[in-house]
Design a protein around this ligand. Sequence first.
Ligand code: GLU
Length: 464
Amino acid sequence: MVRTRIAPSPTGQDLHIGNLYTALFNWSVAKKNNGKFIIRVEDTDRERLVPQAEIKILNSLKTFGINYDEGPDIGGPFTPYRQSERLSIYSKYIRELIKKGHAYYCFCSKERLDEMRKEQIAKKQQPKYDKFCLNNIKNPEEKIKNGDKHVVRLKVPEKNEVRFTDLIRGDIKISTNEIDDQVLIKSDGYPTYHFAVVIDDHLMQISHIIRAEEWIVSTPKHVLLYEAFGWEIPIFAHLPILRNPDRSKISKRKNAVWVSEYIEKGFLPQAVLNYLALLGWSHPEEKEIFSLSEFIEKFELKNVNPVGPIFDLTKLTWMNQQYIQQMSESDLKKEILRLNPIAQKLPNKTLDKLIPLVRTRMNTLKDFEKLTGFFFTDPEIKPRNEKEKTIIKELNKSLKELNTWNKDAIFSVFKSILTSQEIKMPILYYVCTGGEKGLPLPDSLEILGKEKILSRLEKLQSSL
Ligand code: GLU
């Protein structure tokens, strides 16, 4: 049974775009193999906990259609799915590990640890716990009874090798001499990430651990824990980290990182997922636009390129525009109304006429407001020269004379003014909309209506 998971920490504003990328790949592997996709919330870092983050993360997954089979809000066979509710489980397993001699109590003060670290750095050694408490504390239980502050550390075997296979990166081995006796249980009684992740992935029967590359350095520590418990080691795959165009790790300063920001900016979930699918992976027929079901069918984890792909907003915007072109008019209308409340102010009929028009010029759903501003408010137009003043008068006069009000008739008026005045379209745009480009102008004026445009031109002319 294939069981995959993401294990987000509720320490940010929302689901991170990198987490959505990881979620997509985990979800697809589960779907491809008729398996299950699980959400486990890793909320053991109590200091960095952000209230509401969990709800936001779960909602964002739902917005993107990444449905999960088990999770903190829906439960499942391995409930609870929130680590803060699993403390008794960790304490049972830590006792087992201590009993087996694979973990030990450590009472070292922060001052001692800082001092030790400083000395090691000065000697150009890799900073590592020196096993002082393992070798010197004979009766830890007594100290604990006395209320001495303590942590529990993993006893990393000396002069050994840890090996594991990563589906994307191949065989990896590392000497245990390079691995610290990491803390498993903190002094506040909460487990560290390393400990809780292994216990939960094992108990939740996770078959594939697919996560970001930044966790690969932790994997040997996890493998040591699996070995200490005598548990089967799951399959690992570390996905490349998404990068800014300058190759730095994707960050708030250079890109939006929270997925809700993409939704608010008018990106379509399907377009974002399609774009993410192509980061580190390519369609065997080099296709760029494909459905999620096609992705699930064609995608293989082993074909992921481990080199960090660039998250290119221009490309994503292009893809979004492609998806907007493909949407049905009714879906597009719904989405436009959701993201641009101002659209509700338009009569339904006008909005219906505008949709096919704006669609041709929209990159994101939010562009609606920008493109249609002059439908809602009289644009502020200040003729910049005599020529523009003449054009306003000409336009007012010729449009007034029109008997039929449609885009062709309007266009013929434009054509004659363009020729007689020897001007280009942007000037006409300006005197009609206050901008210099946007929606097809004759079509827009047809929809805006003769009365409205003439009253605006009239007002403008009288102010000259
Ligand atoms: N809690 C970790 C995170 O925030 C999970 C890492 C993992 O998938 O093991 O991403």
